[in-house]
Write a protein that binds this ligand. Structure first.
Ligand SMILES: [Zn+2]
Length: 265
């Protein structure tokens, strides 16, 4: 589903590659230059200088500057930030300047790269081709329960006139169904809630397994997105720990997904 670009260490969603006005990427452990395997975007699990160096390499490899990026301070809630030019560069040079307490970044403006960080949580990108607006979403277990991806899609519709039926969604590499084991207490709010279909959880040896990516997919379909407009990555970050950071594999580092609408000439 995702194209591995071995030259760069970055991967892309095929479904967005059909829209040349959009830049999209998911980082891996591998540096864009291919020289290393500790490409940490997170300001965590290493020195701040290492993260800054990685971010600068990311910017350079994409032909962007620090001012093009906007990072959020993710807190597993469903707060939305409508990003404008005055937010440009926030959170790039330091975690302290990131958009506070937000898991959903949306914008209609050009040359603003919205970023979401992950290590098992689900990174989701949205693009509305008719309204030319975009979103980057951090959907971990709590965010998925709160329906952050669908909330982002609704925000694009309500604020920018985006048509849900044309909206494109990319559900990124994240912990897979077979690997995402949680306690029964923790799973109850999902298994007790009819919004989550029986296919999105399973019981095995006293534990419950959750399929976060399918929960997000189902929410988006319920909202009115078309199956052909959704790309769901089958990459499990825990199984593919050699390619991605995984919290369940005790990584404190983070990879990221980003989306930017380019200036059209
Ligand atoms: Zn797995």
């Amino acid at each position: 589903m995702l194209t591995f670009n071995n030259l760069s260490g970055l991967i892309k969603f095929n479904i967005l590659e059909k829209h040349p006005e959009v830049l999209n990427f998911v980082t891996t452990r591998q540096t864009p230059s291919g020289s290393g395997t500790m490409f940490n975007i997170g300001y965590s699990g290493g020195s701040d200088q290492e993260t800054l160096d990685c971010r600068k390499e990311l910017a350079q490899s994409l032909g962007l500057k620090a001012e093009n990026f906007v990072f959020q301070q993710q807190v597993h809630k469903d707060n939305v930030k409508i990003v404008t030019q005055e937010d440009c560069g926030k959170g790039f040079l330091s975690r302290d300047t990131a958009i506070k307490a937000t898991d959903i970044l949306v914008t209609k403006e050009r040359n603003i790269c919205l970023v979401t960080r992950s290590a098992d949580c689900v990174p989701v990108l949205l693009y509305s081709p008719d309204s030319k607006s975009a979103a980057a979403i951090h959907s971990g277990r709590e965010g998925t329960y709160l329906g952050v991806a669908a909330k982002a899609a609704k925000t694009l519709a309500e604020n920018f006139g985006a048509k849900i039926e044309n909206m494109i969604a990319c559900i990124g590499p994240a912990i897979g169904f077979e690997c995402y084991e949680v306690d029964t207490d923790c799973a109850e709010k999902f298994t007790n809630n009819p919004r989550f279909s029986h296919e999105t959880y399973a019981y095995k040896s006293g534990k419950v397994f959750l399929d976060l990516k399918s929960m997000i997919y189902n929410d988006l379909i319920t909202l009115g997105l078309k199956p052909e407009n959704i790309e769901k990555s089958d990459i499990c970050t825990k199984c593919s720990n050699n390619r991605f950071f995984s919290a369940r594999m005790k990584d404190n580092q983070r990879f990221c997904a980003g989306i930017m609408i380019k200036n059209q000439r």
